[in-house]
Design a protein around this ligand. Structure first.
Ligand code: PLP
Length: 399
Protein backbone atom coordinates (compact mmCIF):
# COMPACT_ATOMS: atom_id res chain seq x y z
CA UNK A 1 0.00 0.00 0.00
CA UNK A 2 1.82 3.15 -1.17
CA UNK A 3 1.28 6.16 -3.36
CA UNK A 4 3.40 6.56 -6.48
CA UNK A 5 4.90 9.94 -5.65
CA UNK A 6 6.53 10.50 -9.04
CA UNK A 7 3.29 9.84 -10.88
CA UNK A 8 1.33 11.96 -8.41
CA UNK A 9 3.69 14.93 -8.69
CA UNK A 10 3.61 14.85 -12.48
CA UNK A 11 -0.04 15.97 -12.29
CA UNK A 12 0.85 19.28 -10.59
CA UNK A 13 2.08 22.02 -12.95
CA UNK A 14 3.11 24.20 -9.99
CA UNK A 15 5.53 21.55 -8.70
CA UNK A 16 7.46 21.73 -11.96
CA UNK A 17 8.60 25.21 -10.87
CA UNK A 18 10.87 23.50 -8.34
CA UNK A 19 9.23 25.22 -5.39
CA UNK A 20 8.78 23.05 -2.30
CA UNK A 21 5.39 23.76 -0.73
CA UNK A 22 4.91 23.47 3.03
CA UNK A 23 1.85 25.72 3.04
CA UNK A 24 -0.76 23.00 2.50
CA UNK A 25 -2.66 24.01 5.68
CA UNK A 26 -3.23 27.38 4.00
CA UNK A 27 -4.21 25.76 0.70
CA UNK A 28 -2.80 22.94 -1.41
CA UNK A 29 -1.48 23.02 -4.97
CA UNK A 30 -3.87 22.01 -7.72
CA UNK A 31 -3.49 18.98 -10.00
CA UNK A 32 -4.17 19.32 -13.71
CA UNK A 33 -7.38 17.16 -13.71
CA UNK A 34 -9.00 19.64 -11.31
CA UNK A 35 -8.10 22.59 -13.53
CA UNK A 36 -9.23 20.62 -16.61
CA UNK A 37 -12.60 19.87 -15.05
CA UNK A 38 -13.07 23.58 -14.26
CA UNK A 39 -12.16 24.61 -17.81
CA UNK A 40 -14.27 21.90 -19.43
CA UNK A 41 -17.32 22.93 -17.40
CA UNK A 42 -16.89 26.64 -18.08
CA UNK A 43 -16.19 26.26 -21.78
CA UNK A 44 -18.63 23.46 -22.49
CA UNK A 45 -22.24 24.35 -23.19
CA UNK A 46 -23.40 25.74 -19.86
CA UNK A 47 -26.64 27.36 -18.75
CA UNK A 48 -28.47 27.61 -15.49
CA UNK A 49 -29.75 24.35 -14.04
CA UNK A 50 -32.64 22.83 -15.91
CA UNK A 51 -33.90 19.68 -17.55
CA UNK A 52 -34.35 20.63 -21.20
CA UNK A 53 -31.21 21.72 -23.09
CA UNK A 54 -27.79 20.01 -23.03
CA UNK A 55 -26.33 23.16 -21.44
CA UNK A 56 -28.91 23.04 -18.63
CA UNK A 57 -28.24 19.36 -18.14
CA UNK A 58 -24.50 20.06 -17.87
CA UNK A 59 -25.14 22.43 -14.97
CA UNK A 60 -27.48 19.90 -13.38
CA UNK A 61 -24.87 17.19 -13.75
CA UNK A 62 -22.11 19.35 -12.19
CA UNK A 63 -24.30 19.83 -9.11
CA UNK A 64 -25.33 16.17 -8.87
CA UNK A 65 -21.76 14.92 -9.31
CA UNK A 66 -20.46 17.35 -6.70
CA UNK A 67 -23.01 16.18 -4.15
CA UNK A 68 -22.24 12.53 -4.96
CA UNK A 69 -18.47 13.08 -4.62
CA UNK A 70 -18.82 14.89 -1.28
CA UNK A 71 -21.26 12.21 -0.15
CA UNK A 72 -18.57 9.57 -0.78
CA UNK A 73 -15.87 11.69 0.81
CA UNK A 74 -17.78 12.54 3.98
CA UNK A 75 -20.21 9.61 4.31
CA UNK A 76 -23.40 11.65 4.33
CA UNK A 77 -26.34 11.41 1.89
CA UNK A 78 -25.89 13.54 -1.23
CA UNK A 79 -28.79 15.75 -0.11
CA UNK A 80 -26.92 16.55 3.06
CA UNK A 81 -24.15 18.33 1.09
CA UNK A 82 -24.34 22.14 1.01
CA UNK A 83 -21.99 24.20 -1.15
CA UNK A 84 -20.66 27.49 0.15
CA UNK A 85 -18.06 30.03 -0.90
CA UNK A 86 -15.86 29.04 2.04
CA UNK A 87 -16.06 27.28 5.40
CA UNK A 88 -16.15 30.71 7.02
CA UNK A 89 -19.15 31.79 4.99
CA UNK A 90 -20.99 28.51 5.73
CA UNK A 91 -20.28 28.80 9.45
CA UNK A 92 -21.53 32.40 9.50
CA UNK A 93 -24.67 31.30 7.64
CA UNK A 94 -25.36 28.34 9.91
CA UNK A 95 -24.59 30.35 13.06
CA UNK A 96 -27.45 32.63 12.03
CA UNK A 97 -29.76 29.74 11.09
CA UNK A 98 -29.11 27.95 14.39
CA UNK A 99 -29.22 31.10 16.51
CA UNK A 100 -32.88 31.47 15.51
CA UNK A 101 -33.58 28.41 17.63
CA UNK A 102 -31.76 29.80 20.72
CA UNK A 103 -33.34 31.68 23.61
CA UNK A 104 -31.81 34.30 25.88
CA UNK A 105 -30.11 32.48 28.75
CA UNK A 106 -29.11 29.51 26.59
CA UNK A 107 -25.43 28.62 26.37
CA UNK A 108 -22.94 27.43 23.76
CA UNK A 109 -19.50 25.86 24.17
CA UNK A 110 -16.52 26.81 22.00
CA UNK A 111 -12.92 25.61 22.05
CA UNK A 112 -9.69 27.55 22.50
CA UNK A 113 -8.08 25.26 19.92
CA UNK A 114 -10.16 26.51 17.03
CA UNK A 115 -9.46 28.67 14.00
CA UNK A 116 -11.41 31.91 14.33
CA UNK A 117 -13.79 30.72 11.61
CA UNK A 118 -15.32 28.34 14.17
CA UNK A 119 -15.24 30.88 16.99
CA UNK A 120 -16.24 34.42 15.99
CA UNK A 121 -19.42 33.56 14.05
CA UNK A 122 -20.72 31.79 17.18
CA UNK A 123 -19.54 34.49 19.59
CA UNK A 124 -21.28 37.17 17.54
CA UNK A 125 -24.48 35.13 17.09
CA UNK A 126 -24.49 34.43 20.84
CA UNK A 127 -24.07 38.12 21.69
CA UNK A 128 -27.07 39.01 19.52
CA UNK A 129 -29.21 36.25 21.03
CA UNK A 130 -28.27 36.87 24.67
CA UNK A 131 -26.59 33.48 24.83
CA UNK A 132 -23.64 32.79 27.12
CA UNK A 133 -20.37 31.44 25.67
CA UNK A 134 -18.39 28.90 27.68
CA UNK A 135 -15.00 27.50 26.71
CA UNK A 136 -13.06 24.26 26.45
CA UNK A 137 -9.54 25.24 27.46
CA UNK A 138 -6.21 23.90 26.11
CA UNK A 139 -3.81 22.01 28.35
CA UNK A 140 -0.56 23.94 27.75
CA UNK A 141 1.55 20.88 28.58
CA UNK A 142 0.09 18.63 25.91
CA UNK A 143 -1.63 21.17 23.58
CA UNK A 144 -4.71 18.93 23.82
CA UNK A 145 -8.17 20.10 24.81
CA UNK A 146 -8.71 19.98 28.57
CA UNK A 147 -11.72 17.70 28.86
CA UNK A 148 -12.26 18.60 32.52
CA UNK A 149 -12.92 22.18 31.46
CA UNK A 150 -15.34 20.76 28.87
CA UNK A 151 -17.27 18.90 31.57
CA UNK A 152 -17.51 22.13 33.55
CA UNK A 153 -18.64 24.08 30.47
CA UNK A 154 -21.50 21.68 29.60
CA UNK A 155 -24.79 22.49 31.34
CA UNK A 156 -28.45 21.62 30.74
CA UNK A 157 -28.69 24.96 28.88
CA UNK A 158 -25.98 24.11 26.34
CA UNK A 159 -27.46 24.29 22.84
CA UNK A 160 -24.35 23.86 20.73
CA UNK A 161 -20.76 22.64 21.00
CA UNK A 162 -18.45 23.88 18.20
CA UNK A 163 -15.08 22.19 17.98
CA UNK A 164 -12.34 21.56 15.48
CA UNK A 165 -11.42 18.05 14.32
CA UNK A 166 -7.81 19.24 13.96
CA UNK A 167 -6.01 22.47 14.79
CA UNK A 168 -4.65 24.31 11.75
CA UNK A 169 -1.58 25.45 13.71
CA UNK A 170 -0.72 22.74 16.24
CA UNK A 171 -2.23 19.82 14.35
CA UNK A 172 -3.87 18.55 17.57
CA UNK A 173 -6.79 16.23 16.87
CA UNK A 174 -9.27 16.36 19.77
CA UNK A 175 -11.39 13.30 20.59
CA UNK A 176 -14.34 14.61 18.59
CA UNK A 177 -16.54 11.55 19.06
CA UNK A 178 -16.14 11.67 22.83
CA UNK A 179 -16.87 15.39 22.84
CA UNK A 180 -19.90 14.87 20.60
CA UNK A 181 -21.31 12.04 22.74
CA UNK A 182 -21.17 14.21 25.87
CA UNK A 183 -22.75 17.12 23.98
CA UNK A 184 -25.59 14.91 22.78
CA UNK A 185 -26.16 13.58 26.31
CA UNK A 186 -26.56 17.22 27.36
CA UNK A 187 -29.03 17.80 24.49
CA UNK A 188 -26.67 20.03 22.45
CA UNK A 189 -25.86 20.01 18.74
CA UNK A 190 -22.28 19.49 17.55
CA UNK A 191 -20.68 21.65 14.84
CA UNK A 192 -17.30 20.32 13.69
CA UNK A 193 -14.71 22.34 11.78
CA UNK A 194 -13.07 19.69 9.62
CA UNK A 195 -11.17 22.09 7.34
CA UNK A 196 -7.70 21.00 8.49
CA UNK A 197 -8.70 17.43 9.37
CA UNK A 198 -10.22 16.61 5.96
CA UNK A 199 -6.89 17.36 4.28
CA UNK A 200 -5.34 14.40 6.12
CA UNK A 201 -8.05 11.84 6.88
CA UNK A 202 -11.05 10.26 5.28
CA UNK A 203 -14.04 11.78 7.05
CA UNK A 204 -16.99 9.85 8.43
CA UNK A 205 -19.39 12.52 9.64
CA UNK A 206 -21.79 10.16 11.50
CA UNK A 207 -18.86 8.30 13.11
CA UNK A 208 -17.43 11.60 14.34
CA UNK A 209 -20.80 12.37 15.93
CA UNK A 210 -21.05 15.71 14.11
CA UNK A 211 -24.51 17.14 13.47
CA UNK A 212 -22.90 19.63 11.12
CA UNK A 213 -19.44 19.29 9.57
CA UNK A 214 -17.64 21.83 7.44
CA UNK A 215 -14.56 21.52 5.22
CA UNK A 216 -12.89 23.30 2.28
CA UNK A 217 -11.85 21.48 -0.92
CA UNK A 218 -8.97 23.90 -1.56
CA UNK A 219 -7.20 22.27 1.40
CA UNK A 220 -7.34 18.87 -0.34
CA UNK A 221 -6.23 19.61 -3.90
CA UNK A 222 -9.54 21.15 -5.01
CA UNK A 223 -10.77 24.64 -5.87
CA UNK A 224 -11.61 27.45 -3.45
CA UNK A 225 -14.99 26.72 -1.92
CA UNK A 226 -16.55 25.28 1.22
CA UNK A 227 -18.75 22.25 1.91
CA UNK A 228 -21.13 21.69 4.78
CA UNK A 229 -22.38 18.18 5.49
CA UNK A 230 -25.28 17.14 7.70
CA UNK A 231 -28.14 14.65 7.78
CA UNK A 232 -30.82 15.91 5.35
CA UNK A 233 -33.53 15.27 7.98
CA UNK A 234 -31.74 17.66 10.31
CA UNK A 235 -31.32 20.28 7.57
CA UNK A 236 -35.08 20.04 6.96
CA UNK A 237 -35.64 21.46 10.46
CA UNK A 238 -33.74 24.71 9.71
CA UNK A 239 -35.41 27.59 7.93
CA UNK A 240 -33.06 30.23 6.55
CA UNK A 241 -34.29 33.41 4.87
CA UNK A 242 -34.67 32.78 1.17
CA UNK A 243 -35.88 34.40 -2.04
CA UNK A 244 -39.50 33.72 -2.96
CA UNK A 245 -38.82 31.78 -6.19
CA UNK A 246 -35.67 29.93 -5.01
CA UNK A 247 -36.08 26.24 -4.15
CA UNK A 248 -37.14 25.32 -0.63
CA UNK A 249 -35.73 21.83 -0.99
CA UNK A 250 -32.74 20.60 1.05
CA UNK A 251 -29.90 21.35 0.46
CA UNK A 252 -30.75 24.08 -2.13
CA UNK A 253 -32.52 26.04 0.63
CA UNK A 254 -29.09 26.91 2.05
CA UNK A 255 -27.38 27.80 -1.24
CA UNK A 256 -28.03 31.40 -2.18
CA UNK A 257 -28.00 32.44 -5.83
CA UNK A 258 -26.55 30.62 -8.83
CA UNK A 259 -24.04 27.91 -7.99
CA UNK A 260 -20.49 28.09 -9.44
CA UNK A 261 -20.83 24.96 -11.60
CA UNK A 262 -17.18 25.02 -12.68
CA UNK A 263 -16.03 25.11 -9.04
CA UNK A 264 -18.31 22.19 -8.22
CA UNK A 265 -16.82 20.22 -11.12
CA UNK A 266 -13.33 21.03 -9.84
CA UNK A 267 -14.21 19.79 -6.35
CA UNK A 268 -15.59 16.56 -7.83
CA UNK A 269 -12.36 16.10 -9.80
CA UNK A 270 -10.34 16.60 -6.60
CA UNK A 271 -12.27 13.83 -4.85
CA UNK A 272 -11.75 11.55 -7.86
CA UNK A 273 -8.06 12.43 -7.93
CA UNK A 274 -7.69 11.56 -4.23
CA UNK A 275 -9.55 8.29 -4.77
CA UNK A 276 -7.04 7.21 -7.43
CA UNK A 277 -3.86 7.90 -5.41
CA UNK A 278 -3.72 4.29 -4.23
CA UNK A 279 -7.09 2.77 -5.09
CA UNK A 280 -6.20 -0.89 -4.58
CA UNK A 281 -9.03 -3.16 -5.60
CA UNK A 282 -11.74 -0.90 -4.18
CA UNK A 283 -14.90 -1.01 -6.24
CA UNK A 284 -16.79 1.96 -4.84
CA UNK A 285 -15.26 5.44 -4.72
CA UNK A 286 -15.58 5.41 -0.93
CA UNK A 287 -13.51 2.20 -0.79
CA UNK A 288 -10.86 3.69 -3.07
CA UNK A 289 -10.81 6.89 -1.01
CA UNK A 290 -10.40 4.86 2.17
CA UNK A 291 -7.34 3.07 0.92
CA UNK A 292 -5.83 6.10 -0.83
CA UNK A 293 -6.14 8.34 2.20
CA UNK A 294 -4.66 5.64 4.45
CA UNK A 295 -1.65 5.62 2.14
CA UNK A 296 -1.47 9.43 2.18
CA UNK A 297 -1.60 9.32 5.98
CA UNK A 298 1.30 6.83 6.12
CA UNK A 299 3.34 8.90 3.68
CA UNK A 300 2.72 12.14 5.59
CA UNK A 301 3.52 10.50 8.93
CA UNK A 302 6.86 9.23 7.66
CA UNK A 303 7.73 12.72 6.35
CA UNK A 304 6.65 14.23 9.66
CA UNK A 305 9.01 11.88 11.50
CA UNK A 306 11.87 12.97 9.21
CA UNK A 307 11.00 16.63 9.73
CA UNK A 308 10.78 16.25 13.51
CA UNK A 309 14.03 14.36 13.70
CA UNK A 310 15.77 17.04 11.63
CA UNK A 311 14.30 19.84 13.73
CA UNK A 312 15.38 17.97 16.86
CA UNK A 313 18.96 17.96 15.62
CA UNK A 314 18.86 21.79 15.44
CA UNK A 315 18.72 21.76 19.24
CA UNK A 316 17.36 24.62 21.32
CA UNK A 317 17.37 27.06 18.41
CA UNK A 318 13.96 25.70 17.32
CA UNK A 319 10.95 25.21 19.57
CA UNK A 320 8.25 23.00 18.09
CA UNK A 321 4.90 23.75 19.71
CA UNK A 322 2.99 20.85 18.15
CA UNK A 323 3.22 18.01 20.64
CA UNK A 324 -0.15 16.30 21.12
CA UNK A 325 0.19 12.53 20.66
CA UNK A 326 -2.63 12.51 18.11
CA UNK A 327 -2.07 15.20 15.50
CA UNK A 328 -1.76 15.95 11.80
CA UNK A 329 1.57 16.48 9.99
CA UNK A 330 1.50 20.22 10.69
CA UNK A 331 4.24 21.74 12.83
CA UNK A 332 4.23 25.17 14.40
CA UNK A 333 7.62 26.45 15.49
CA UNK A 334 9.43 29.49 16.81
CA UNK A 335 13.13 30.21 16.43
CA UNK A 336 15.57 31.38 19.03
CA UNK A 337 16.49 35.03 18.36
CA UNK A 338 14.91 35.01 14.88
CA UNK A 339 11.64 36.46 13.71
CA UNK A 340 9.56 33.83 11.87
CA UNK A 341 9.09 36.25 8.96
CA UNK A 342 12.84 36.37 8.53
CA UNK A 343 12.82 32.56 8.36
CA UNK A 344 9.96 32.66 5.86
CA UNK A 345 11.92 35.04 3.62
CA UNK A 346 15.15 33.04 4.03
CA UNK A 347 13.37 29.83 3.02
CA UNK A 348 11.54 31.56 0.16
CA UNK A 349 14.89 32.66 -1.28
CA UNK A 350 15.72 28.93 -1.43
CA UNK A 351 12.47 27.99 -3.16
CA UNK A 352 10.87 26.70 0.04
CA UNK A 353 7.38 27.96 0.81
CA UNK A 354 6.59 27.97 4.55
CA UNK A 355 4.46 30.79 5.92
CA UNK A 356 4.84 32.83 9.10
CA UNK A 357 1.94 34.24 11.08
CA UNK A 358 -0.77 33.19 13.48
CA UNK A 359 -3.06 31.81 10.80
CA UNK A 360 -6.36 33.11 12.21
CA UNK A 361 -5.77 30.93 15.25
CA UNK A 362 -6.08 33.79 17.72
CA UNK A 363 -7.56 31.66 20.52
CA UNK A 364 -4.76 29.05 20.56
CA UNK A 365 -2.10 31.75 20.22
CA UNK A 366 -3.56 33.68 23.15
CA UNK A 367 -4.23 30.59 25.30
CA UNK A 368 -0.71 29.21 24.84
CA UNK A 369 0.96 32.65 24.78
CA UNK A 370 2.59 31.75 21.47
CA UNK A 371 4.95 34.15 19.79
CA UNK A 372 3.31 35.78 16.77
CA UNK A 373 4.46 35.34 14.05
CA UNK A 374 5.38 31.66 14.24
CA UNK A 375 6.61 29.49 11.37
CA UNK A 376 4.30 26.74 10.10
CA UNK A 377 5.33 23.70 8.06
CA UNK A 378 2.47 21.53 6.87
CA UNK A 379 2.85 18.37 4.81
CA UNK A 380 0.65 17.49 1.86
CA UNK A 381 0.35 14.31 -0.27
CA UNK A 382 2.79 15.66 -2.89
CA UNK A 383 5.68 16.45 -0.49
CA UNK A 384 8.88 14.41 -0.69
CA UNK A 385 11.73 13.50 1.66
CA UNK A 386 14.04 15.69 -0.47
CA UNK A 387 11.78 18.66 0.09
CA UNK A 388 11.80 18.03 3.84
CA UNK A 389 15.60 18.04 3.70
CA UNK A 390 15.54 21.31 1.76
CA UNK A 391 13.35 22.85 4.45
CA UNK A 392 15.71 21.61 7.17
CA UNK A 393 18.85 22.75 5.32
CA UNK A 394 17.30 26.16 4.74
CA UNK A 395 16.46 26.55 8.40
CA UNK A 396 19.88 25.27 9.50
CA UNK A 397 21.62 27.80 7.25
CA UNK A 398 19.64 30.61 8.85
CA UNK A 399 20.22 29.46 12.41
C1 PLP B 1 -9.08 24.83 10.66
C2 PLP B 1 -9.63 25.86 9.72
N1 PLP B 1 -10.91 26.22 9.85
C3 PLP B 1 -11.48 27.12 9.03
C4 PLP B 1 -10.75 27.74 8.04
C5 PLP B 1 -11.43 28.71 7.12
O1 PLP B 1 -11.65 28.08 5.89
P1 PLP B 1 -12.21 28.91 4.65
O2 PLP B 1 -11.05 29.63 4.04
O3 PLP B 1 -12.80 27.87 3.73
O4 PLP B 1 -13.22 29.85 5.16
C6 PLP B 1 -9.39 27.41 7.88
C7 PLP B 1 -8.59 28.07 6.85
O5 PLP B 1 -7.39 28.07 6.88
C8 PLP B 1 -8.83 26.43 8.73
O6 PLP B 1 -7.56 26.06 8.61
Amino acid sequence: MAIDLTALRAHFPSLATGLAFFDGPGGTQTPRPVADAITATLTGPLSNRGTVTPSELNAERAVAEFRAACSDLLNVPAHGVVHGRSATQLTYDFSRHLARTWNAGDEIVLSRLDHDANVRPWVQAAERAGVRVRWIEIDPETTELDLDSYEQALTPRTRLVAVTAASNVLGTKPPVRRIADRAHEAGALVYVDGVHYAAHHLVDVPALGADLFVCSPYKFLGPHCGVLAAAPEFLETLRPDKLLPSPDTVPERFEFGTLPYEVLAGATAAVDFLAELDPGTGVSRRERLTRSLESVHKHELSLRARLEEGLGSLGDTVTVHSKAPDRTPTLLMTLEGRDAREAQAHLAARGVVAPAGSFYACEPFAALKLEDPALRAGLAPYNTADEVDRFLDGLASLL
